[in-house]
Design a binder for this molecule. Structure first.
Ligand code: BGC
Length: 746
């Protein structure tokens, strides 16, 4: 016994500053639970909005006093947060603190690039830093639970929410999920500057049919486990405190009522002991899905499926007591759900420190935070084209024209899910270029179009007159923030309004034309790329997008971003993603184009391969693509041991040389192909990447160590295993180009 206590003492001595031992927390939970009425228990599962939708602050206080609400969304005035907290901690029977929640998705006030842009950095350390400063800003406003990271695998650019995602790849998304969880939650969730993460949306939401938001998905179990679930599992292993279910029904079962997902996979297989949360109204939306008859049955289905907290739709608070009395829901199920939310409150240290310190000096918009936001924006920019070394703008360029609707659009460059970011604090490219480089070049700003959908060409003459008089043109086109995000799907992905016409006419002036695209998704910009000398894809880059882009244009920063998603040539190619399976008749690559098809030809004359007659089989840009101002050469790929056992580690090295004139960073990507399997395997899969910084002329050997266990997949009998056989490894600059070698797993 004494020894036992001593070990406990030792363990607690090593706990983080605010932490409490797990055992302690469990005991406290039981003590609190034993004093709660059924109604108070249900109250803990009720999450309401604080913006007036569910009553005034005074009315909410009353609900809090009665113990009928457990968490509150969207209140960001720390004084009001504290008042409500006081009602909970001092005036309610249970004295259980509230949690204040919000969608803090890519920045709180200091807005970072949209997550899709952050994914393009391939820099989880920096993404983690971004999440950390975000938590610092949000928590000083009272928010301790964010509904992020969104880790839906997104292979469809029509879907507006692709902006919120980390793109199409399971591995990259997993890395980013872990980075955000660690950044938000810090070393210790109980630190008042830490914020609980919420992995969402569980699961498959990004596969909505046709890219139409909220739509049904049909993801078979193997694909679910292989492609969609791993980032969630990794996020949980990194300590994610909560999970939000998705709106979609997969194969007929809405996630909110999916027992198999919530109980079997999440709890039993993965041992998750955090909170599961509905999406906004998703419990009662099961009625419109045709999966529940009424609100009462919706509550019954969700609770029995294992959904802990109900966001906004109040069917639990209205029905759970009755359902328990009728024996349709067991009180033990309710107790388990309450334990989960209490556990989160203990982990957040809210019982000890429920209030937000309003006297502490604020770090929001600090120089440090702005610097992190700028670095992220800089690293997120992808150079798609750079003919004749148009970029960086040379010292010979004495005057430039800044044009296009996104050049000075402080609201739009913040992107979707900008609840607290302020356009007044945004530094736009037009302003930043003038401020930072106005002493080197004469900067003329003529927008031409006032917003991305603008069709009014009445100022084009003025733009073109100016274009002809300057040494170079930088055109900022793309899409407004409102065209991206939730419920904002698009069927066409070309530039909106008269933007294409603007690019065409600018190109016709013959002046060097740099096109910078600010957008929330891949756009089908093949034509505009052809008409431009250089193209930068800058996503919606956030508060510091302006200085970041300015520095890239003038060569103070060298672009290194890589595409986290395949860019289609045409919408008709979607879904298009690099890690597809091969089919029995893959594209050969030399198929005839539409113009080459002979007249009156026999049906079989074109051969039988998988491609589009009009645009072939290739995307506009492959996953992982991105250039630099300098150039890199890969050579000498070596595998230390080409015959490996299942518990070995594959050790690969490659030599990378900076063959250009600038110091730059290359993101070297490692892909694996499992050549034969008991089920068909993807043509390649990303399994690692390294950011490699190289001075001009410098050579480095880059090493990758990949445990063979990472090659496991869900085989023909749904076991996750590594199958012996031949594999290919490729290390390269994008998913289509690299050096290859083979190895064998015995
Ligand atoms: C979205 C969630 C979000 C929630 C709360 C829903 O419409 O799907 O991602 O967290 O609203 O704002």
């Amino acid at each position: 016994m004494k020894k036992h206590l001593y070990i406990l003492f030792l363990l607690s001595a090593f706990l983080p500053a605010y932490g409490q031992s797990r055992q302690n927390i469990e005991q406290k939970i039981e003590a609190v639970l034993s004093k709660m009425t059924v109604r108070e228990k249900v109250g803990q599962l009720n999450q309401l909005d604080g913006r007036g939708i569910h009553g005034t602050i005074e009315q909410l206080k009353e609900l809090v006093r009665r113990g009928e609400v457990g968490s509150l969304m969207n209140i960001t005035d720390p004084k009001i947060v504290n008042q409500l907290q006081e009602a909970a901690c001092k005036e309610s029977h249970t004295k259980i603190p509230l949690i204040f929640t919000r969608d803090v998705v890519h920045g709180f006030k200091t807005m970072l690039p949209i997550p899709l842009g952050q994914a393009a950095t391939f820099d989880p350390d920096l993404v983690k830093e971004g999440a950390r400063i975000t938590a610092v800003e949000a928590t000083e406003h009272g928010i301790r639970w964010s509904f992020a990271p969104m880790i839906d695998i997104s292979r469809d650019a029509r879907w507006g929410r692709i902006a919120e995602s980390f793109g199409e790849d399971t591995y990259l998304t997993g890395q980013m999920a872990v980075a955000v969880v660690k950044g938000f939650q810090g070393e210790d969730l109980a630190n008042p500057q830490s914020m609980a993460a919420c992995l969402k949306h569980f699961v498959g939401y990004g596969a909505a049919e046709g890219g139409r938001d909220y739509n049904s998905t049909y993801i078979p179990e193997r694909q679910l486990r292989q492609v969609y679930l791993p980032p969630f599992k990794q996020g949980i292993e990194a300590g994610a405190a909560s999970i939000m279910v998705s709106f979609n029904d997969n194969n007929g079962i809405p996630s909110t009522g999916n027992k198999y997902l919530l109980r079997n996979i999440l709890r039993k297989e993965w041992g998750f002991d955090g909170v599961t949360l509905s999406d906004w109204g998703s419990v009662t939306e099961m009625i419109r899905h045709g999966f529940a008859e009424d609100r009462k049955q919706a509550a019954e289905i969700a609770m029995n499926a294992g959904l802990d907290v109900e966001m906004s739709s109040k069917s639990y608070i209205q029905n759970l007591e009755k359902l328990i009395a009728e024996g349709k829901v067991q009180e033990t199920a309710l107790d388990d759900a309450v334990r989960n939310i209490l556990r989160l409150k203990y982990r957040l240290g809210l019982f000890e420190r429920p209030y937000t310190d309003i006297h502490k000096p604020k770090e929001t918009y600090s120089a440090k935070h702005l610097a992190v936001a700028k670095k992220l924006a800089e690293e997120s920019v992808v150079l798609l084209k750079n003919e004749n070394k148009t970029l960086p703008l040379s010292a010979n360029i004495k005057s430039i024209l800044i044009t296009g609707p996104l050049a000075d659009a402080p609201h739009d460059q913040l992107g979707t899910w900008t609840m607290d970011g302020e356009p007044g604090k945004t530094q736009t490219p037009a302003k930043a270029i003038a401020n930072l480089y106005g002493n080197k070049v004469k900067v003329h700003v003529v927008p031409g179009l006032t917003y991305s959908r603008d069709k009014n060409q009445s100022t084009f003459d003025e733009v073109l007159r100016m274009a002809r008089s300057v040494d170079a043109i930088v055109a900022f086109v793309g899409e407004e923030a409102i065209l991206t995000g939730e419920a904002h799907s698009l069927a066409a992905l070309n530039l909106q309004g008269a933007q294409s016409e603007l690019i065409k006419q600018l190109s016709a002036t013959g002046k060097p034309l740099v096109t910078v695209v600010l957008a929330g998704r891949p756009l089908t910009i093949g034509k505009e790329v052809e008409q431009s000398d250089a193209v930068l894809y800058a996503w919606h880059p956030g508060t510091m997008g302006g200085p970041a882009i300015a520095d890239i244009l003038f060569g103070k920063a060298i672009p290194a971003g890589k595409l986290p998603v395949t860019f289609p040539k045409e919408v008709g190619q979607i879904p298009i993603y690099y890690n597809h399976t091969n089919t029995g008749r893959p594209a050969r690559g030399n198929e005839k184009s539409l113009d080459e098809i002979p007249l009156n030809a026999q049906q079989s004359v074109l051969g039988h391969s998988s491609y589009y007659l009009d645009i072939g089989s290739k995307p506009l840009y492959p996953f992982g693509y991105g250039l630099s101002y300098t150039s890199f050469e890969y050579a000498d790929l070596k595998i230390a041991n080409t015959r490996l056992k299942k518990n070995d580690t594959l050790s690969v090295s490659v030599v990378i040389k900076n063959t250009g004139q600038y110091t730059g960073t290359e993101i070297a990507q490692l892909y694996i192909t499992d050549q034969v399997g008991s089920v068909t395997r993807p043509v390649k899969e990303l399994k690692g990447f390294e950011r490699v910084a190289l001075n001009a002329g410098e050579i480095k050997t880059v090493h990758f160590n990949l445990p063979v266990s990472e090659l496991a997949f869900w085989n023909s009998v749904m076991e996750k295993t590594v199958e012996p056989g031949k594999f290919k490894v490729m290390v390269g600059t994008n998913s289509e180009n690299g050096s290859e070698a083979t190895f064998e797993v015995l």
